[in-house]
Design a binder for this molecule. Structure first.
Ligand SMILES: Cc1ncc(COP(=O)(O)O)c(C=O)c1O
Length: 415
């Protein structure tokens, strides 16, 4: 028998990867999570607090409901999601979000992360221009990266994405062969800055989209995690031209472990998303959809929202109070009214990634260096601090420790 084998199998497989695989990079967060041991206070990932999960009693009732629907709940489902579950989502959106939709406009996803992946798959050709915040959610960047877009960074300030700069950029790029195709935005509790986009800017964004013929991807995981009155409506609720692909999730108002989210969009988009998802995972899990349907129909999610808000508001307050008390004056930060994060700017001679290793080693506290949230390579002196998981007293200790490391670094001029 002739023998053709010349390579180690791992070499053969690595050399066989498609070209796009070189765009798949693990984010700083994921690499970091590997370093976190039990004795470290972690402000890294945005994991929800288990106290915000539904109660065991409610979950038991929901499981009885699933068992009563056993034949369907354990069966394959429909790619778009069970119609009866989508009806429950539509009613929930109507009463809680002022978004009106029909069945044909709603698709259930495996968390909103799947929605982002499918947006990349459907809309991005190599070199297509996508406008995103500076900074923006890094896993959206990761999802889009595979399709090799050209990012157009738009500054974010305390009122969210700066639509005046966006309009100037849209105009500028219209004069090139490739205008900007769509804008990705997290309007409420932006990840990582925690900012809320003002109503004026939401309207302005829709005007820009209409005037220059773009569409908008509105990613809204934190729309219910808000800590003040007068939260502007979702952009989708203001969208009378169907230009917004809206996505939300049950991860923060129920639990991320069920991996369920949903998309509201024009029928054509939904049809194509459905085709893409068919090839990815056939359908979202029926078992989990029955569970969420029970919670939605009994209004248990609606009723839990105030409690969830209280949990995170207390933690946000603890973090801001500790930062005001302990952080040196050279550190600037947003005061979030929504979401899971405080985003801080260190003096520009400090590299947050370097600082992180000191923080972990010397003070046993961790955060996410902000650079990965900036598509233009800036942000090396920024950090994201998540307050969602640690308890308030732990948050205060962690910020005190982190402040010590930062003060020490400032004293030594960043080295
Ligand atoms: C802005 C943003 N979009 C999307 C997601 C993905 O959420 P999930 O896939 O759990 O629905 C997250 C998760 O933290 C997020 O912060």
């Amino acid at each position: 028998m002739e023998h053709y084998k010349v390579k180690e199998i791992s070499v053969l497989l690595t050399n066989s990867f498609a070209n796009r695989v070189d765009r798949m990079k693990s984010s700083d967060i994921r690499e970091l999570l590997k370093l976190i041991s039990a004795d470290i206070i972690s402000f890294t990932g945005g994991a929800p607090d288990p106290d915000a999960f539904p109660s065991p009693e409610q979950l038991r009732e929901a499981i009885d409901y699933i068992l009563a629907n056993r034949e369907k709940a354990f069966q394959y489902g429909i790619t778009d999601g069970l119609p009866s579950f989508r009806e429950s989502i539509i009613k929930f959106m109507e009463r809680q979000m002022a978004i009106k939709a029909e069945l044909k406009n709603v698709l259930v996803t495996n968390g909103s992360q799947e929605g982002l992946e499918v947006v990349g798959r459907l809309f991005i050709n190599k070199g297509d221009k996508v406008a995103v915040g500076l900074p923006t959610y890094l896993a959206a960047i990761q999802a889009f990266n595979l399709w090799r877009p050209k990012y157009i960074g738009v500054p974010v300030d305390k009122d969210g994405l700066n639509t005046f700069t966006l309009e100037a950029l849209v105009k500028k790029h219209r004069r090139t062969r490739k205008p900007i195709k769509f804008v990705y935005v997290v309007p409420t509790g932006q990840n990582p800055t925690g900012t809320i986009m003002s109503l004026e800017r939401r309207k302005h964004l829709l005007e820009i989209a209409s005037k220059y013929d773009l569409f908008i991807v509105e990613d809204d995981p934190y729309g219910f995690i808000t800590f003040r009155d007068n939260i502007p409506p979702r952009i989708k609720a203001l969208d009378d031209e169907d230009r917004v692909i809206y996505m939300s999730t049950f991860s923060k108002i129920f639990a991320p472990g069920v991996r369920l989210g949903w998309v509201v969009a024009n029928e054509t988009v939904i049809k194509h998303m459905s085709l893409a998802i068919q090839a990815i995972n056939l359908c979202p899990p029926n078992f989990n959809q029955y569970m969420l349907k029970y919670f939605l129909d009994k209004r248990l999610i609606d009723n839990n929202i105030p409690k969830i808000r209280r949990i995170y508001r207390e933690k946000r307050d603890a973090m801001l109070m500790a930062m005001d008390e302990y952080m040196p004056s050279e550190v600037n930060y947003y005061r979030p009214d929504a979401g899971f994060f405080v985003f801080a700017y260190l003096p520009d001679y400090i590299d947050a990634k370097k600082l992180l290793y000191y923080a972990i080693e010397k003070e046993k506290v961790a955060f996410v260096p902000g650079r990965s949230f900036f598509v233009d390579g800036s942000g090396y002196n920024t950090m994201r601090l998540s307050y969602s998981l640690p308890k308030p007293n732990v948050i205060i200790t962690g910020i005190e420790r982190l402040s010590r490391v930062i003060k020490d670094h400032i004293k030594r001029g960043g080295s």
